[in-house]
Design a protein around this ligand. Structure first.
Ligand SMILES: Cc1cc2nc3c(=O)[nH]c(=O)nc-3n(C[C@H](O)[C@H](O)[C@H](O)COP(=O)(O)O)c2cc1C
Length: 325
């Protein structure tokens, strides 16, 4: 399939794997890229720029296809060494960067100078337009369904994607709730140039996470995610568990008085416990409503091949067939 996204990134299929904390390691990024998509290493999961450089080198040993690095710009008291991470990306010869969180304007000149294509992930049309205006090459538009941070507007993809298509000139990916060939054809129909998936890629053989995480996604239905940290205007969609129930109880009890320190136990340091140790009740980890559509743990190659075959069948068989009828 050829779209503006396959052209931009020089890949076979218009399918990207979004940056995921403690999931987007070299194994997964390489597996997605080897299957013809765009695999992404999550920059900040590597505690230092040196470790990121090593992870990029490790990924390059696993694939000769294009892959990218996610740089998430979070509001934080002690900012990570962003210049160091950018240098590791540039020196590592990476040609695709997925930015997310705050406006990436400050980092664009350095990235562009190195010939890097930047795709910014955002959750609203106004932020997508801003990304276009500052010179991003593409955007990923994350609907309300998405795992992780859906923003505060709560616009689902059936509205958000066609709205983005109405306004944007640069290519964009549909993100949030994407799982299969149906998602891809729907995304293309709504005006996107491909799709970005997070949660779906966790339930793959190569995702380097504890088996309990994959099993939790298989067991979950579309009713099993919750929105946390809304009172802090830092909303995150997570899979429900005992720690999340405790967190939500604190939100209910404390109301507008809630502070980050009140919920630190349920949100800080949770990822290694979940993803590495498989402790599924400890607290908040991102997961999309799309878990309701995930019923198996294929390899990335099987998943992407299946998506492309299903998309082709829907377009050539189902849709063409309807017109012919
Ligand atoms: C476990 C997990 C961790 C994530 N961590 C990050 C992150 O560190 N940075 C980021 O930009 N997005 C992160 N995301 C968001 C994904 O990149 C992607 O935008 C989102 O998962 C899309 O929604 P979906 O899960 O419905 O496919 C994360 C998502 C998940 C499920």
């Amino acid at each position: 399939m050829k779209t503006r996204i396959t052209e931009l990134f020089g890949v076979e299929h218009p399918i990207m794997q979004g940056g995921m904390h403690y999931v987007g390691l070299a194994e997964l990024a390489a597996a997605v890229s080897n299957a013809g998509g765009v695999g992404i290493i999550t920059g900040l999961t590597q505690r230092t720029p040196e470790l990121l450089a090593a992870e990029i080198a490790r990924c390059r040993e696993l694939t000769d296809k294009p892959f990218g690095v996610n740089l998430t710009f979070l509001p934080s008291l002690s900012a990570p060494d962003y210049p160091g991470y950018v240098k590791a990306i540039v020196d590592g010869g990476v040609k695709i960067v997925e930015t997310a969180g705050n406006n990436p304007a400050k980092w664009l000149p350095g990235l562009k100078e190195a010939g890097i294509k930047v795709i910014h992930k955002c959750t609203s049309v106004r932020h997508a337009l801003k990304a276009e205006a500052i010179g991003c090459d593409a955007v990923s538009v994350d609907g309300f369904e998405c795992g992780g941070h859906p923003g505060e507007d709560d616009v689902p993809n059936f509205i958000l994607l066609p709205r983005a298509a109405e306004e944007l000139k640069i290519p964009f990916l549909a993100s949030g709730g994407m799982a299969d060939g149906r998602s891809l054809v729907a995304a293309l129909s709504l005006g996107a140039d491909g799709m970005n998936m997070g949660t779906r890629f966790i339930a793959t053989r190569e995702a380097p996470v504890h088996e309990n995480v994959k099993q939790a996604i298989l067991n979950a239905s579309e009713l099993d995610t919750r929105l946390v940290m809304r009172p802090l205007r830092n909303t995150e969609r997570v899979l429900v568990n005992a720690g999340v129930e405790r967190l939500l109880e604190k939100e209910r009890t404390l109301g507008a008085a809630l502070k980050f320190e009140d919920i630190i136990e349920e949100v800080a340091g949770v990822y290694p416990k979940v993803m590495t140790e498989g402790d599924m009740e400890v607290g908040a980890w991102s997961c999309g409503m799309v878990c309701g559509l995930i019923h198996d743990v294929p390899t990335c190659q099987e998943l992407i091949d299946r998506i492309m075959a299903e998309a082709t069948q829907i377009i050539r068989g189902r849709l063409e067939g309807m017109l012919a009828g």
